[in-house]
Design a protein around this ligand. Structure first.
Ligand SMILES: [Zn+2]
Ligand SMILES: [Zn+2]
Length: 146
């Protein structure tokens, strides 16, 4: 893993770089304790990404098998969502690696907040596309629904 921080945007060489990006991104808010990278059942790790940051909804669509997956607890709130489609600011690609960073409460018991991070699968630009509050229990099952 290595991140090139010299340009306007951070650029990651591998999907796992999303984690380092989110840790830095979150350093002045709720810090990231856990991270999970999204992978489709078909094995693909590049997706079309749509999210509504206000409603706290994000979904990824696999370009290989067309499967649509709502991240974490998104599906519950999907009805009211006004989706924004992700497109790379640098190269206009519409495919990205997707990873979620989770911030836990001080006792590590439950999730307080999550961040939906991405890495452009063409040029590697890293960013955070959405984030929302969880703050209910139980919540740790959401780690496995990225
Ligand atoms: Zn797939
Ligand atoms: Zn790009």
């Amino acid at each position: 893993m290595s991140i090139d921080k010299s340009g306007k945007w951070w650029v990651g060489s591998t999907p796992e770089d999303i984690r380092d990006f989110l840790e830095a991104y979150a350093s002045e808010g709720y810090e990231v304790h856990e991270f999970r990278l999204a992978k489709c059942d078909c094995g693909s790790d590049a997706f079309q990404l749509d999210a509504d940051d206000n409603e706290g909804v994000a979904k990824r669509t696999c370009p290989n098998c067309q499967k649509v997956h709502f991240l974490c607890d998104s599906e519950e709130f999907a009805e009211d969502a006004d989706f924004q489609h992700w497109k790379c600011v640098e190269c206009a690609s519409e495919l990205s690696n997707v990873g979620v960073g989770f911030s836990l409460y001080d006792d590590d018991s439950e999730i307080r907040w999550l961040y939906v991070g991405y890495r452009c699968s063409s040029c590697g630009v890293l960013g955070c596309f959405a984030g929302w509050k969880i703050a209910y229990a139980p919540s740790r099952h959401l780690f496995d629904n990225v």
